[in-house]
Design a protein around this ligand. Structure first.
Ligand code: CA
Ligand code: CA
Length: 296
């Protein structure tokens, strides 16, 4: 199996980056990912001032997929996210949306699928990928930023069993990922989740002539999900919802009125995160109501 190690980490989605590995459409690949602090937060109570934030949010890759050409769509089926037995988080004044005094770096252990939080509180783990994307045709977005290439989306649904559809903007697609989370709430309101290193196993498939897919797009076990990012929550919430509105019209045969009404009755517009340089929203709709007319 193709494996990309935790060496040669990068901090932007760059079309000129040297591929870390090559694969063919249909191949399964393991990405060994570092946590968003680049492994620096070694213990509970680690001093925030000792952290070198130049190495924040590294990604592993890129993977060059031989058949991928600009205009295609890359389907990434997330097969497995394997995590070690502890994760970390940093909370500090001025980061996130709360008034919190000082800087606090914490490490929590994970036992039997639960995070051992303070006060006897146990949080079930829900492994997910925070940052995943392809290289855009122009620019080199840093790994902190979400966008049409994917990037730092921090969507809590990005876990095992999900198919993620990303744009192919350059030859080979150049897929990278990192910023794994053992668990994250919608909003990611203190600016981090339970950050953790780990191994992600994915299958990559190149799709031709699929302009009907509103990338970045997710299909979970029971939901379709459209996404958008912008400095303004007002803008990205409308953009994510309108992507789903178009998707339903294209894939269900319902007209604009019916699709809008259906989304208002049975779709959920959610916030992915409010802490990255661009904020993120996503619109989800039950597959069971839309029918299985979308060809994966
Ligand atoms: Ca993130
Ligand atoms: Ca993170």
């Amino acid at each position: 199996m193709i494996s990309i190690e935790r060496t040669g980490l990068r901090f932007s989605f760059d079309r000129q980056a040297e591929p870390a590995a090559h694969a063919h459409s249909g191949d399964t690949v393991v990405f060994h990912c570092e946590d968003c602090y680049n492994g620096q937060l070694s213990e509970d109570g680690y001093a925030y001032s000792a952290m070198d934030m130049r190495w924040n949010n590294p990604i592993t890759g890129p993977l060059y997929v031989e058949e991928a050409a600009p205009g295609d769509v890359l389907r990434v089926d997330i097969k497995r996210i394997a995590l070690p037995d502890s994760g970390c988080a940093c909370v500090r004044t001025g980061a996130g949306i709360y008034e919190i005094e000082g800087s606090h770096c914490r490490r929590f252990s994970i036992r039997d699928g639960e995070v051992m939080f303070d006060g006897g509180i146990r949080i079930p783990v829900r492994p997910m990928i925070g940052t995943i994307g392809t290289a855009p045709a122009a620019g080199t977005p840093k790994t902190q930023v979400p966008g049409e290439h994917g990037g730092n989306m921090d969507i809590r649904e990005m876990g095992e069993g999900v198919s993620l559809y990303l744009p192919v903007s350059v030859p080979g697609a150049l897929l990278s990922m990192g910023d794994l989370h053992a668990v994250q709430g919608d909003g990611e309101t203190v600016i981090c989740a339970l950050e953790i290193r780990g191994e992600v196993t994915v299958q990559v498939t190149v799709l031709k002539d699929r302009a009907d897919i509103p990338t970045p797009f997710l299909v979970t076990l029971d939901r379709y999900i459209t996404t958008a990012a912008d400095v303004s929550l007002d803008v990205c919430s409308v953009a994510a919802a309108r992507k789903m509105h178009r998707f339903l019209q294209e894939h269900t045969g319902l007209n604009d009125m019916q699709s809008g009404l259906l989304l208002s009755l049975a779709g959920n517009l959610r916030i992915s995160q409010v802490v990255n340089p661009l904020k993120g929203c996503y619109m989800e709709f039950p597959i069971g109501l839309a029918g299985e007319r979308f060809v994966r």
